[in-house]
Structure formats: C-alpha cells, structure tokens
Design a protein around this ligand. Structure first.
Ligand code: TEU
Ligand code: CA
Length: 560
C-alpha cells in the first residue's frame, strides 16, 4: 500500500502576490494583503499556500529575477510583514511553500555584479560565460524563452553570458560546487524560518550539456530552442539528490519541481521516494496540447481524446512509486474556464466540470488564485495594457517581421500570461476591491459579475463547489489514495474514470462539451445501488445503468 504523506492529502493554493491583494493603495498586491485574506483561504479549505517569488527583484520578470534571495521586495513589504504572514498562516493550520528560483538570478544580484567585473573575479564561475564564435557571434544558436538569443554580450570582459530567459536573468552555473552550496545554505535559511517547502522554478534546466552545442537548425533560423541540451540534463538527478541530502532530508517539507519538457519516464525518477529527489513535478504535456510544433503561440484546438490519453498516461506512470501534481492553471497559463471550458454560456457548469475532472484524480491538486470562483481570460485591445515580458517581446519581434497587430492580439488573448495576472476580483467595487489606487495591471472588466464576494454570497457558486471538492479529499481516503482506472476508453465527449480503495469505488463522469452523450455504467456495478458523491447539476440519476449527461455535467457516484 501507499506511503501516507501530508502533502499527498493536501490541496495547494498558488498566490501571485503582485495580483492578489493590495493593502496600501499603491496598486501592487503585497504581503500584508495576503495576511488579510488568510481567513478567506481557510474558508475555502486549502492546506498549503505556494507563494510566487516575494524576494528582492528589479521585476524584469515579476520577481522571477531575484537580486537578493534573503530579502523581501520593497513593493511587497518587509521581512517583518513576511514573518507575520507566516505566523498567521501557521496559526490557522496553513502551510507556506516558497518559490525557489535558482536556475538563474537577476543580473542585479551581487553575485552577477561581481561576476561581470573580470574574467578572474572569484564570482566569475557563478554564471555561464563563453567567448563568441570565431566570427564574434553568440557561442551557440539557442533561443531565449522570451525571444532572441539566449546569450548576451558583455562589453566589460568581451564575453557572452547565458540567459535561457530574459537577459536580466543570467543562468547560474550549477557545475560550480560553490554555487550549489550557496543555494543549499539559502534554502536552509528559509526552512529555519519555518517555511514548509519549495516550488522549484525550471529546476530541470540546471544541468546543461557540457560544451553547450548548437541545436540542429534544419530551417536555417537565427535562433532555435536548445531544450535538448538543458532539459533533464546529464547531472540533474545528481544535483537534486545532493540537494535532498544536504537540505531537504532534515526537514518535513514538500517539494514540487517545475519541469518544462519532462516526460513520465523522467518524472518517475524525480518523484520515486526511494531515489530521494523531489515529491512531485509540474509537467507541461497536458497544457501544451493546444499548441502546435512552433510552440505556445502556434495555437490549436484541444481534443478531449488527446487530453484524456495524456492524463491517463501520467496517472498510470506515477501510480506506484511516484506522485502526480494536478493543475490546470498557474501564473503562466491562460484561465482554464476560458481555455478548456466555456466562460460565456456555461461558466458555472464548465468551471465545475473541469474542477471535478482534475480534483478527483490521484495526485496533489493546485488551485491558482481566482480559479476558485471562475476568473476568466481577458482581452485588452491595446498592447500598452499588457505587462508580461514574454508577451511584449513576442509582440514586438513579430510586429517587426510584419505580422499584423490584430493577429498577434488574437493570440495574446488566448495564450498570454497576463490572462492569469489581472488582479484578483474581490468584489464589485472600483478595481474589483483589489486596490484603492490604480492597479499595476488593469482589472478584467467582468468583475461586477465574477468576484469573490458574489461567489461567497451564492451557495451555488463555483467557490462552494471547490470548497466541497477539498472537503471530500480531506474526508475520503479513496480520493487521495485510491487506484485510478479509465471507465470509458474512447468516448469523444466524456471523460469517465474510477477510483478504488478497499471496498469503495468512486465513478467519475465528466461531459467535456455541451452535447448530451449517453453513458453506461461498467458491468461490475450494474444493478447495484449507488449514492451521489458529488454533482454539478441537480437530479443526477442514482438508479439507471444508462443515463444522459447534460452539457458540462460532472457527476461522481460512490459504491460500497
Ligand atoms: O516558467 C518556466 C517556463 O518554461 C516558462 O517559459 C513558461 O513555460 C512560459 O511562461 C510559458 O509561457 C517559470 C516561471 O513559472 C515563469 O513565470 C518564469 O518567467 C520563468 O520560469 C523564468 O523564471
Ligand atoms: Ca501594495
């Protein structure tokens, strides 16, 4: 049987502090603003808060560019504010995990300021410096995740440094043991302050293929993705096991590694407890299914078949020795009710169906702020209303190539990261109650209808459905530890699976679209009595072996 762990029984709630709640009217969410909302989170019922970065940062990438790992960003408050927040969370039985961003730092970090001074500076090897090719061009052809080359030339010493993300996010050199021990010390420093774990930013990028070779470039592009040479690289498992031994082994904490480009075979290595690396990973396959070969802006429709095949693959691959994370949303992804649901005609129905589909699977569910009451994508028409560096860089690069404004805005409306980053809509007052000043990013104009207060006042809201899902996970072991098996292999509209533990069985039926498909119960339970465990519509039948699912209906039966 399964080893019981608190982090397997938990539901995590992600806070993107800049957009969460502004306590002092400067238009920027902050730490005291989080403390104010802890009771709200307690009402929702979550167990763990994942805080996106709150460290000192020049905010080139909203805190994912850290200039001091042991200090708090001025805009977010002080270390004392942070300590109060942690104490207040702990008082309520909420754990807090921090974002650990150590694939790269800010170019304004003291280490980098030193590193760029001279080739023989003691900090030189903290980062990845290389001379240009013979013709002076970049050391290789890798493309940055935020457009352009992944290399930046630095006049001072006449060499290039590697930045897989923005040029203000130089990659740390994990080959250097001093860098590794600096990171370990910093992690212990936070753990000793009482944090309950880490979400590790692009942690599977830290080991680069020695030699940093050019990536194949059949179409003769200027720069190409170099992921094959840094995703899940040669020393990654060694580095993570070392981190476990040096740091994590000594604390009762949870870890989740964010891992673009991880497949289930690698994931089992990262999460197999016996290997002592991480508890879980964030994989990206299911959120890449609506992208084509050209990457995230190459947008395709999602098919349930593809999603089901993928999710089932992950459920089965990690079912014995690993553990899955379950998520639809985060601060980089569009809002799920707009993306895979129908935010116009079936807002409640599709949001709750998607929630059911996710939360009834095996793994630790993650909720992203605002998801719990159905926040949606946004569509600003002016590029000046956008802030995200990925979006802006893409827009300007493509505009320069002659792609029309409207075509780019259409993509941004579907996939842009600011869909997730508009301020949390707390109520129907000015700026949705997020701030008494001017918000750093505009509020989604649908806040008069979609907001937390309205949800709290409506017993039939998405909020209370999430609350129920969390309650069921806390009160029912099958939801946490039960086996997972598909019930219907190939229905183009219905995702149906069962969870089983001992004598108990949960049957989950989700109608993914707005049709009205019929489903039939599996042979083993036909004619047997069943009770309603959860449903997002009234009057789901409990006595029929074959029944019709209504648009976006989700229903879970319990059989004992
Ligand atoms: O994101 C990792 C990552 O690979 C991103 O490129 C992500 O896939 C992209 O945003 C999708 O559009 C992490 C953080 O979550 C992200 O916010 C940071 O910008 C990035 O790392 C760099 O730290
Ligand atoms: Ca503020």
């Amino acid at each position: 049987a399964e080893t019981k762990r608190w982090w397997k029984e938990s539901v995590v709630y992600q806070i993107y502090p800049r957009s969460f709640n502004d306590s002092n009217g400067d238009g920027i969410g902050d730490i005291p603003g989080i403390t104010e909302k802890l009771d709200y989170l307690k009402t929702l019922g979550i167990d763990v808060i994942w805080l996106s970065p709150v460290y000192k940062s020049p905010n080139d990438d909203n805190g994912y560019d850290i200039s001091d790992y042991k200090d708090i960003m001025d805009e977010f408050g002080t270390m004392a504010d942070w300590e109060t927040m942690l104490a207040e969370a702990h008082k309520r039985g909420l754990k807090v995990i921090m974002d650990l961003v150590v694939n790269h730092s800010s170019d304004e970090h003291a280490w980098f300021l030193e590193s760029r001074q001279a080739k023989d500076n003691p900090y030189r090897d903290y980062y990845i410096w290389r001379p240009g090719k013979e013709d002076g061009s970049e050391p290789n052809n890798w493309e940055s995740a935020f457009s352009g080359s992944a290399w930046e030339y630095d006049e001072k010493t006449g060499e290039y440094y590697l930045h897989l993300f923005s040029k203000k996010q130089p990659d740390l050199n994990w080959e250097n043991p001093t860098v590794r021990s600096e990171v370990h010390d910093m992690m212990k420093w936070w753990l000793d302050k009482g944090v309950d774990g880490f979400r590790m930013d692009v942690i599977n990028f830290i080991s680069k293929e020695p030699g940093l070779p050019d990536a194949p470039n059949p179409h003769g592009k200027k720069y190409v993705p170099g992921g094959d040479y840094f995703m899940n690289g040669p020393r990654i498992h060694e580095f993570l096991h070392e981190m476990y031994n040096e740091v994590l082994r000594h604390y009762d904490v949870m870890t989740v590694g964010e891992m673009p480009g991880v497949d289930e075979k690698e994931a089992i290595k990262y999460t197999d407890e016996a290997r002592e690396e991480l508890n879980m990973v964030f994989q990206f396959e299911h959120v890449d299914l609506d992208s084509g070969p050209e990457g995230k802006w190459d947008i395709r429709p999602l098919k349930l078949e593809a999603l089901r095949e993928n999710l089932v693959k992950w459920q089965k691959a990690l079912e014995h020795n690993g553990w899955n994370s379950l998520y639809w949303n985060n601060h980089d992804q569009p809002r799920v009710v707009s993306r895979f649901g129908n935010d116009r005609d079936y807002h409640y129905q599709s949001a709750t169906m998607l929630a059911t589909l996710l939360h009834m699977m095996k793994g630790t569910p993650y909720i992203y702020q605002g998801e719990e009451f159905g926040m949606t994508n946004v569509a600003f028409t002016d590029i000046a209303d956008y802030n995200d560096i990925e979006t802006l860089n893409m827009y300007h690069e493509k505009r320069a190539e002659g792609v029309p404004h409207d075509e780019l805005m259409a993509k941004i409306h579907i996939k842009g990261r600011d869909n997730a980053r508009t301020p949390v809509q707390w109520d129907d007052s000015r700026h949705a109650g997020f701030t008494s000043g001017e918000p750093w990013l505009k509020v989604n104009p649908n806040y008069p209808e979609v907001n937390a207060e309205a949800a709290l006042n409506d017993p039939k809201s998405i909020f209370y459905y999430y609350q129920k899902l969390i309650e069921l996970r806390h009160s029912n072991e099958t939801v946490v530890y039960g086996s997972f098996d598909l019930l219907i292999e190939d229905d183009p509209e219905v995702f149906a699976y069962k969870r089983e533990l001992g004598d108990e069985m949960l049957l989950v039926y989700c109608n993914f679209y707005n049709g009205e498909p019929d489903v039939t119960l599996p042979k083993e339970v036909r004619g047997r009595e069943r009770e309603l465990f959860l449903a997002n519509r009234e009057d789901a039948p409990t006595d029929l072996d074959t029944f019709t699912l209504r648009p976006y209906e989700a229903v879970v039966y319990r059989i004992r």
